[in-house]
Design a protein around this ligand. Structure first.
Ligand SMILES: N[C@@H](CCC(=O)N[C@@H](CS)C(=O)NCC(=O)O)C(=O)O
Length: 211
């Protein structure tokens, strides 16, 4: 079975668990407690040189150390249901939305969290190199997170799912980002963003959301 080095409270491994659940791919989960700095142990450093989760380990021992790279692999080995697009143009649209969510949403929340709480002092960027916090980035990250939610709400007024008429990886990335903003930064979409809230309730009700 495929192994996933995971941490239940972290958004990046959740992206992989939800994606695999949508496809019905079983994963053997191995928890790496990043709250207790287990990612910096010698044993995990040998598995993930950047000391981050998730890591997917194949049965032959090869590894992938990035959530979206793991998506690509899972989509190739298990094409149904397609989560990264169905034809050339659709794959482009899904990719476009995944990148927007990563850059405008996920990075904004991560910046707000990692520059704003004591736990990440001198660890403002994930990985092995220490970076001091920049408090202004926490303020900017919160503002960008709010703008991201407004942008997504506008999109969802016209589109059933983030990348169009089908549920895709873009919905998973957006769901994980919205939940991360609430859990880590206490930023929830205001009631005025009705399309975003309706979509969030719909995708949260999928069994995969609990993976
Ligand atoms: N680009 C990577 C990011 C992975 C990442 O930043 N993982 C975080 C958890 S969400 C982590 O391992 N953090 C360890 C730390 O903060 O030291 C991916 O999407 O897989």
């Amino acid at each position: 079975m495929l192994k996933l080095y995971d941490f239940a409270l972290s958004p990046s491994p959740r992206r992989v668990r939800v994606f695999a659940a949508e496809k019905g791919i079983p994963l053997a989960l191995i928890s790496v407690n990043v709250r207790e700095m287990a990612q910096f142990s010698d044993s995990f450093r040998a598995i993930s040189p950047n000391c981050t989760v998730p890591v997917l380990e194949l049965e032959d021992g090869r590894r992938l150390c990035d959530s979206l790279a793991i998506w690509r692999y899972l989509e190739e080995i298990h094409p149904e249901p397609p989560l990264l697009g169905t034809d050339a143009f659709d794959r482009g649209i899904v990719e476009e939305w995944i990148r927007r969510i990563e850059l405008e949403g996920y990075q904004a929340v991560a910046e707000a969290l990692r520059n704003g709480v004591e736990r990440f002092r001198d660890r403002a960027v994930p990985g092995t190199v220490p970076f001091a916090q920049i408090p202004e980035l926490a303020v900017r990250g919160r503002k960008r997170t709010a703008l991201f939610m407004e942008m997504l709400d506008r999109r969802l007024r016209d589109s059933e799912f983030v990348a169009g008429r089908r549920f895709t990886g873009a919905d998973i990335h957006a769901l994980v980002t919205i939940d991360f903003a609430a859990a880590a930064c206490q930023i929830a979409p205001p009631d005025t963003l009705a399309a975003l809230k309706t979509w969030h309730a719909k995708v949260s009700a999928r069994p995969s959301a609990k993976a």
